[in-house]
Design a protein around this ligand. Structure first.
Ligand SMILES: Cc1cc2nc3c(=O)[nH]c(=O)nc-3n(C[C@H](O)[C@H](O)[C@H](O)COP(=O)(O)OP(=O)(O)OC[C@H]3O[C@@H](n4cnc5c(N)ncnc54)[C@H](O)[C@@H]3O)c2cc1C
Length: 476
């Protein structure tokens, strides 16, 4: 849990906050608040004296101003799909941004979309699609995650290889600062060399520096051709080699390159209704490859088929199925997207969201798998994810028949083992989920004292009263 419990706000402060949020802008109803207090994995549970639900930037600014005057800490929350406990309050006032959900502008000539932070990611994608454009950020929680949450966690997902993560997709921000002032940085410029790039401070800050209220997002040409395949490979090394061959052959058209282990697929086939095995035989590793183009072209199909044939002759590819239509492509993606869900019925799962340079993936997977099995005999490694970005969700399912609580009690011990190997390969212990409370203290072991000191100085400068999501990311 996050450090200390926040001091309860006075009744007068609560009254002022409710007034600032407006009649429909707050709740003390326990049943309405309850779903906001527990995260998806049920790893973090929290408390709050008040849920605030403002519907305008001005209301957010008025709320934060009162918080600053009265030194009342607050926790911003979007869709509550974050995986490191950052959005869960620990006695602080909870500020839900979900009612701030208007599309402010779409500029097709400039290829930009300006939206408020509470817009749901899937709706933002849809709005872009209706304008014949693509907003490429995509992740399996996109039906609930908000754009403000994805920006605040610098979310990644399945299209990073081609389009980058949230940080690469934002041109401008509107932010309510910790003193209640509004910074209007809603610029739609691809070139703007006018001093420090302030928006980058708030992107990935997990609500610890300010409240994001709106953003200008980059749009791209909408894909018209999509080719999707599942490919069985003998080992991760072959998968990395195949990625490079596919990039060259397709002219850099690889949008997704996701790794799935045999055990992970077996869990999906066992627990997810409608999931179908892509191959007749089991293979140790499978990659899901997606190529896209905004042109209507048969070139992607040719590149895919030719590369798979060539590499299968060389032994890099053991089997492959190319989707014949959209439905089959979606079925392949369902296998990948269900990988987390399918681990739940298998008991306790200890999760790692790590990245290493692509050149180190093979060594990392081998060393980390051997080390965890040595430390916890019978542990079942389910290492899957965004191979194209060097980002592996190195998850550990409990040994068959083990006691769930006893296994989960080993979380930190096993994580220390995995993270030490990640660090030895020059990797990151949090590739895309952030630090939240989960990795706030641990990160101090992996970043230099200089880097942590700079983070603290930024926190103290932008939030001198430590009211913005205190206890998350870094202690001031
Ligand atoms: C099934 C599943 C799959 C996922 N897959 C991926 C994936 O592939 N890639 C990936 O990167 N993540 C993934 N995630 C994690 C999660 O979806 C992302 O972190 C997402 O960006 C969080 O958005 P949210 O709106 O739910 O934010 P929340 O969970 O509500 O908040 C996350 C953090 O952002 C802060 N915050 C929220 N809104 C604001 C705001 N407007 N201003 C300031 N701070 C704010 C919160 O305080 C908190 O620290 C997944 C999660 C689930 C449950």
């Amino acid at each position: 849990m996050a450090g200390m419990n926040a001091k309860a706000p006075s009744p007068e402060t609560l009254r002022r906050l409710k007034e600032a949020a407006g009649p429909k802008g707050w709740s003390e109803d326990a049943s309405e608040i309850a779903p906001h207090l527990v995260e998806w994995r049920e790893k973090y549970r929290g408390t709050t004296p008040l849920l605030l639900k403002p519907c305008s930037t001005q209301d957010v600014a008025a709320i934060v101003k009162i918080c600053a005057e009265t030194r009342t800490p607050l926790v911003p929350q979007g869709g509550n799909t974050g995986l490191v406990g950052g959005q869960i309050p620990n006695g602080e006032v909870l500020l839900s941004l979900k009612r701030l959900n208007h599309v402010r502008a779409i500029d097709r000539d400039n290829n930009t979309l300006t939206v408020e932070s509470g817009c749901i990611l899937a709706d933002v994608q849809k709005t872009a699609g209706e304008a014949d454009r693509l907003f490429p950020l995509s992740l399996s929680a996109e039906g609930s995650a908000t754009i403000g949450g994805t920006i605040s966690t610098n979310a990644g997902g399945t299209n990073v290889l081609r389009y980058g993560n949230a940080r690469d997709l934002v041109l401008g921000l509107e932010v309510v600062l910790a003193d209640g002032r509004v910074w209007d940085g809603l610029r739609g410029l691809r070139k703007d060399n006018t001093g420090y790039d302030l928006k980058q401070l708030f992107i990935g800050a997990e609500g610890t520096l300010g409240v994001i209220t709106a953003a200008v997002l980059k749009l791209f040409p909408r894909p018209r051709t999509r080719e999707t395949a599942v490919v069985a490979v003998p080992d991760p090394e072959a998968a990395v080699a195949l990625l490079h061959r596919m990039q060259s052959a397709s002219g850099g058209a690889v949008t997704g390159f996701e790794l799935m282990p045999q055990l992970g697929l077996a869990f999906v086939l066992r627990h997810i209704a409608g999931a179908r095995a892509p191959f007749a035989a089991d293979h140790p590793w499978v990659v899901l490859i997606e190529l896209t183009s905004s042109a209507r072209t048969s070139a992607l199909r040719s590149a895919l088929e030719e590369t798979l044939t060539l590499e299968s002759d060389k032994g890099l590819v053991r089997d492959a199925v190319i989707a014949r239509n959209e439905r089959e492509a979606d079925d392949f993606w369902r296998l990948r997207d269900s990988m987390s869900e399918a681990q739940k019925p298998e008991g306790g799962s200890i999760k790692h969201d790590v990245s290493v340079p692509l050149s180190r993936i093979t060594a990392f997977l081998k060393e980390a798998s051997e080390a965890v099995v040595a430390a916890e005999p019978g542990v079942r490694v389910v290492a899957f994810g965004h191979l194209g970005d060097g980002n592996i969700h190195f998850n550990l399912s409990q040994p068959v028949g083990a006691e769930k609580a006893a296994f989960l009690a080993r979380w930190q011990t096993l994580s220390d083992i995995v993270h030490a190997i990640v660090a030895a390969h020059g990797g990151s212990i949090s590739a895309e989920h952030g630090l939240g409370v989960m990795k706030r203290d641990e990160i101090t072991r992996y970043k230099s004292a200089v880097e942590i000191d700079l983070m603290r100085q930024i926190k103290r400068t932008l939030d001198p009263l430590n009211i913005m999501n205190p206890g998350k990311v870094v202690l001031p």
